[in-house]
Ligand binder design. Structure first.
Ligand code: SF4
Ligand code: SF4
Length: 162
């Protein structure tokens, strides 16, 4: 069964612990800029609003369709959308294709990366102090709703930024 990390942005305080534990877990260093999820924060009416952005594990992943080398593929123990580093040429096609902005090139290696669900034990979920992130089994309706909400939030953030 597929799983997804569900986001409740109303609980997110913007503390960025998730970014820190993600980078520590994947690179061995506490380096949030190399995290595989991104906390986007904006000020609205004097309040800071934060939204964690990460891979939504799409059924038909735009990143995989866009990848010219086959470096992006679905696999691993939980069927996450992974990157075969040896095949990645750093072209950014997957970065541009993702509707959520959830793929990036790693700052240090220039290889694409995105959330790999930590082989079924996502560290961001484990250490988020507010319950903003939850690891839930596939429920197509709930996942569709998650993607819709995240898309709306990201569109709003883009509008605010101009
Ligand atoms: S750890 Fe949780 S509350 Fe803190 S920024 Fe990440 S998602 Fe938001
Ligand atoms: S950056 Fe790498 S993974 Fe992304 S589309 Fe290009 S070759 Fe594929």
């Amino acid at each position: 069964m597929r799983y997804i990390i569900s986001i409740d942005a109303t609980r997110c305080t913007g503390c960025r612990i998730c970014e820190m534990v993600c980078s520590l877990s994947h690179t061995g260093a506490c380096w949030p800029e190399r995290s595989r999820l991104r906390v986007v924060s904006e000020e609205t009416d004097g309040r800071i609003e934060s939204v964690p952005v990460l891979c939504m594990q799409c059924e038909v992943p735009a990143c995989r369709l866009a990848c010219p080398t086959g470096a992006t593929f679905e696999g691993g123990p939980v069927g996450a959308i992974l990157v075969a580093a040896e095949k990645c040429i750093g072209c950014s096609a997957c970065v541009w294709a993702c509707p959520f902005g959830a793929s990036e090139l790693d700052l240090a290696t220039r290889v694409a990366h995105r959330c790999d669900l930590c082989e079924g034990d996502p560290r961001c979920v484990k250490y988020c102090p507010t319950g903003s992130l939850r690891y839930l089994p596939e429920d197509k309706l709930a996942i569709a709703e998650q993607r819709r909400k995240l898309g709306v939030l990201i569109d709003l953030q883009r509008l605010i930024r101009g």
